[in-house]
Design a protein around this ligand. Structure first.
Ligand SMILES: Nc1nc2c(ncn2[C@@H]2O[C@H](COP(=O)(O)OP(=O)(O)OP(=O)(O)O)[C@@H](O)[C@H]2O)c(=O)[nH]1
Ligand SMILES: [Mg+2]
Length: 206
């Protein structure tokens, strides 16, 4: 972790969970943009790779050797068909709780679909009283959706609408994986996850 600086509240230490599978075309630029966006704010990115075969692993090993204080890598082997993004996210958050004292936890995708330049503003929102979860939304004024099939957009819209109506009026984009949590909320969500089957977007399975 690096020294304190400007950009985000100086007391914040930021943990970024980054699930990846075959992201060699994006990973370097993404990590560079995260670094530039956070400036001198102390942070660590925890990448969980489920068996990339396109050189992502080699790149991460090389980058980690250069910047061990800001990059952790968990290498796993894929055990199921389909995306294991949820399980990878869970693994990263568990690692972050056990191995860091970060007080802000972020999940972000590795395909550059989420803009790292928005990190400081979203993290600052967590400073507001009573806020412990922030979800970047495709459905607020000023948002732009680029290169997304209409079908996916529709599923996202319906799912978010249902959550907004039936679960929480403050959630506008439930399907968006660009999220920010206080450490306390990560801890209590884990508890809900394992004990009550309720979750705030964390996976219900590993
Ligand atoms: N660790 C891990 N990461 C995965 C897995 N599948 C996808 N990912 C990563 O999870 C993130 C989101 O995956 P996407 O395939 O883009 O899923 P999506 O954003 O719902 O789908 P698109 O709208 O097509 O982009 C990316 O960073 C992927 O590299 C997986 O099985 N394991
Ligand atoms: Mg994506």
């Amino acid at each position: 972790m690096r020294a304190v600086g400007a950009g985000v509240s100086q007391t914040r230490r930021v943990f970024i969970a980054l699930p990846v599978l075959n992201e060699i075309e994006n990973i370097e630029l993404l990590l560079d943009r995260i670094d530039a966006s956070l400036g001198e704010t102390p942070y660590i990115v925890c990448v969980v790779d489920d068996g990339s075969r396109d050189g992502t692993r080699d790149y991460l090993a090389q980058r980690r050797a250069q910047t061990p204080e800001t990059l952790a890598v968990i290498e796993r082997t894929k055990t199921q068909h389909g995306s294991q993004r949820g399980g990878a996210l869970y693994a990263a958050l568990e690692w972050g709780l056990a191995n860091t004292d970060c007080d802000v936890f972020v999940e972000i995708d590795g395909d550059l679909s989420h803009r790292p330049e928005e990190l400081p503003a979203a993290i600052r929102t967590l400073d507001e009283p009573g806020v412990d979860v922030v979800i970047a939304s495709k459905f607020v004024d000023g948002s732009q959706v680029i290169n997304r099939p209409v079908g996916r957009e529709l599923v996202s819209l319906v799912c978010s609408w249902a959550v907004h109506i039936f679960l929480s009026r403050s959630v506008r984009d439930y399907s968006n994986g660009y999220r920010f949590y206080t450490r306390g909320k990560v801890v209590t969500s884990r508890w809900h996850d394992s004990n009550a089957g309720v979750n705030l977007g964390f996976p219900t399975h590993k």
